[in-house]
Design a protein around this ligand. Structure first.
Ligand SMILES: C[S@@+](CC[C@H](N)C(=O)[O-])C[C@H]1O[C@@H](n2cnc3c(N)ncnc32)[C@H](O)[C@@H]1O
Length: 289
């Protein structure tokens, strides 16, 4: 059986404010209209938990647009975690590094081959590699962008003024954002019984169900027990929104737990439409029939 199409179309990412300094593979900017609709009722939820935060687009948007009061972002990758620690607690030092860096190939390679000396250097290294590697991929084996976007070379995605503005905005909201460098699955399991009515959970794990390779190529941490994740969410009775690709294993898990799902058609770089699933405990995005 095929799930109905969402009442909200996938948005062109140029139409929503870009809030994350990271250019994240599998980033969910296209989902922002769904997030606004999901969280937009009143009263607004007290807390959003994002156990697989990556570039953190959803958490940043929810806090900056006051869709929630606070958020907890969780990420296991230590390089990505260093970026978030630095952005939230060492914003001034990080923006200074952004403003003074010349993104030449030799400077980027030197940064990649040097162990960072402190938190600012570590977070800065993550940001530079993320914005200069092909597709923003940080996983082992990712290569530097050769021609860059529009043939402009390695620096084609390095916009210091824009990055500084995004980092400044994060700094202004840092008192409402908690970042935890830990296993998001374990976190969910440990706090499952505390996921009360005014707490919501946004879940965007690596897509590796059914042995798919996309998730394993994009992220260093990609081993997810999808069955366990579904079971934790079902047992917690949390108000969650989860995204997945349309893999047969995921369709069975949605059925097994009686969750609701809609399809959102995404255009990939070859302009073909790939459905992504937006999964919730109860119907949220169904067209009224
Ligand atoms: C699909 S990406 C999230 C993208 C994010 N929603 C965005 O818009 O940028 C999945 C993330 O989960 C992280 N991850 C994988 N396993 C994890 C785990 N057990 N705990 C926490 N994070 C994990 C990966 O490092 C990756 O950053």
């Amino acid at each position: 059986m095929i799930f109905p199409e969402s009442s909200i179309p996938a948005v062109n990412v140029a139409q929503v404010p870009q809030r994350s300094p990271l250019r994240y593979p599998g980033g969910k900017t296209w989902l922002i209209p769904h997030i606004r609709a999901w969280l937009g009722g009143s009263p607004s939820p007290r807390l959003l938990i994002e156990p697989f935060a990556g570039g953190g687009v959803v958490s940043l948007t929810a806090v900056m647009e006051s869709l929630v009061k606070r958020c907890i972002m969780i990420e296991l990758d230590r390089d990505v975690a260093a970026f978030w620690h630095a952005a939230l607690h060492e914003g001034k030092g990080l923006t200074e590094r952004v403003q003074t860096f010349a993104p030449t190939r030799s400077n980027v390679e030197a940064l990649a081959n040097t162990a960072p000396r402190n938190l600012i250097e570590h977070g800065f290294r993550t940001l530079v590699l993320n914005r200069t590697r092909r597709g923003g991929i940080l996983a082992p084996g990712a290569s530097l962008s050769r021609k860059g976007e529009n043939g402009q070379g390695i620096s084609s995605r390095w916009y210091p003024d824009t990055l500084v503005k995004r980092l400044d905005a994060i700094g202004r909201h840092a008192d409402r954002i908690t970042f935890c460098e830990t296993d998001g699955m374990q976190f969910l399991e440990d706090f499952a019984c505390d996921l009360k009515q005014d707490v919501v959970v946004f879940v965007d794990p690596p897509y590796t169900a059914g042995g798919k390779r996309a998730g394993s190529r994009l992220y260093a941490h990609n081993r997810i027990d999808h069955e366990r994740l579904f079971a934790i969410l079902a047992e917690s009775r949390a108000n969650f929104l989860m995204t997945y690709d349309c893999a047969p294993e995921i369709i069975s898990l949605i059925r097994l737990h009686g969750f609701s799902a809609v399809r959102v058609l995404m255009k990939n770089s070859h302009h073909t439409h790939l459905p992504e699933l937006v999964i919730t405990p109860k119907p949220v995005f169904h067209n009224p029939s």
